[in-house]
Design a protein around this ligand. Structure first.
Ligand SMILES: [Zn+2]
Length: 379
């Protein structure tokens, strides 16, 4: 924990708030304990949650539950404000546009049961951050409104053993806030599948920058990767592109503080870092056999051989939509394997030295060592 974090005992406990961290486990643990940089350039002092639950179900305690954790920000439920002061925070490592794992549902269910019995709370006390956060007027809303956060909008209460007993938003009903139409459908339209259909971080007519990023839409840590490969940060969009001109199929990534250059890097070989996970690059395809991982240990695995996107070490490289390997041999030249695509930038060579090279970067193919592996685009 950041030594600057002040522990304050919580006087009342009325809610359990579920979040998605929008990061892999390692960076999640760091951010919630050590703090993060805010949009005004200042840093927080950590203490952003009581618990973190990894994709494999392992539960980490960050802060003793008797203290106030700084996790809900500007928030309101049933007329009561500043929900951090009266709640427990649980972070699920992962993304609001990815599925929450079975193991996470199992663990969070157990944790919620325990906390409910300690604090004598019913199922109505279990809410997501996106349910309780609210925002002040902005370009999307003229009044105080729901929808500032999309955090855990993919959380299906029933799968954690919680009956989704709130069938309406009390602050919207009373007129204290105006509704966010999409979130309201997710949580109150009794159509649980709706959460699944919008489980994507890709811009479309229905899935706007606002539906994906919430209030972080114009933040410098939010990254927009356009289909043509151009990369912009949220704070650059209004001056360069305009909010109404973001092309469909643009990918939106949250919490990208130090990784812009990695996202910008062209070419099919991607590298996993602290804030860029296999999910960031491959999405649902992370577990397909056409996604190939090159681990720092030298092992090569296909998506079907890995347990989860969050279990791969930093510096693992990957290529998506590939087939192979095809082994270079004396009587099996690059040309024999790849045809006239052997010099193509999409044809990937894995050298025995663990170096990955694109075909267009290789000068002399006769110098390639025996044992070099070739991977070809599968489409
Ligand atoms: Zn949250």
């Amino acid at each position: 924990m950041n030594p600057g974090f002040k522990k304050v005992r919580r006087k009342k406990t009325k809610y359990i708030i579920v979040h998605t961290s929008e990061l892999g486990l390692k960076t999640t643990l760091k951010v919630v304990s050590k703090g993060k940089r805010l949009r005004n350039g200042k840093s927080t002092h950590g203490g952003h949650t009581h618990y973190v639950i990894a994709r494999n179900g392992r539960t980490y305690r960050i802060l003793d539950k008797k203290y106030v954790a700084d996790h809900a920000g500007l928030s309101m439920w049933n007329g009561e404000q500043d929900i951090s002061k009266t709640s427990i925070g649980i972070e699920l490592a992962g993304y609001h546009y990815a599925s929450i794992s079975e193991s996470q549902y199992r663990s969070v269910g157990i944790l919620i049961d325990l906390l409910q019995s300690v604090y004598d709370l019913d199922d109505r006390a279990v809410l997501t951050h996106s349910q309780v956060a609210y925002g002040i007027p902005n370009r999307w809303f003229k009044k105080n409104h729901r929808g500032r956060k999309r955090c855990a909008k993919n959380f299906i209460h029933a799968r954690a053993g919680v009956r989704p007993v709130w069938t309406y938003d009390p602050d919207v009903r009373s007129g204290r806030l105006i509704t966010d139409p999409q979130l309201s459908k997710v949580f109150y339209a009794r159509r649980e599948y709706y959460a699944e259909t919008i489980n994507t971080n890709i811009i479309s007519r229905r899935n706007t920058a606002w539906s994906i990023a919430g209030e972080d839409y114009d933040d410098r840590t939010t990254v927009y990767k356009f289909p043509d490969g151009h990369v912009y940060t949220g704070d650059q969009i209004s001056d360069t592109i305009g909010w109404n001109s973001i092309p469909a199929k643009t990918v939106v990534l949250l919490n990208q503080e130090n990784s812009i250059s990695l996202i910008k890097s062209e070419g099919p070989v991607k590298t996993i870092s602290d804030s860029l996970t296999a999910w960031t690059f491959a999405g649902k395809k992370y577990s397909h056999k056409t996604t190939i991982y090159f681990l720092p240990s030298g092992q090569i695995k296909s998506g079907s051989q890995i347990s989860d996107w969050d279990d791969l070490p930093v510096n693992t490289r990957l290529i998506v939509d590939y087939r192979g390997p095809f082994k270079l041999r004396k009587n099996q030249s690059a040309y024999r394997i790849a045809g006239n695509k052997y010099k193509d930038r999409m044809t990937i060579y894995y050298l025995p030295s663990q170096k990955l090279m694109a075909g267009d970067k290789i000068d002399d193919f006769t110098e390639l060592p025996t044992g070099t592996l070739i991977f070809l685009p599968s489409t």
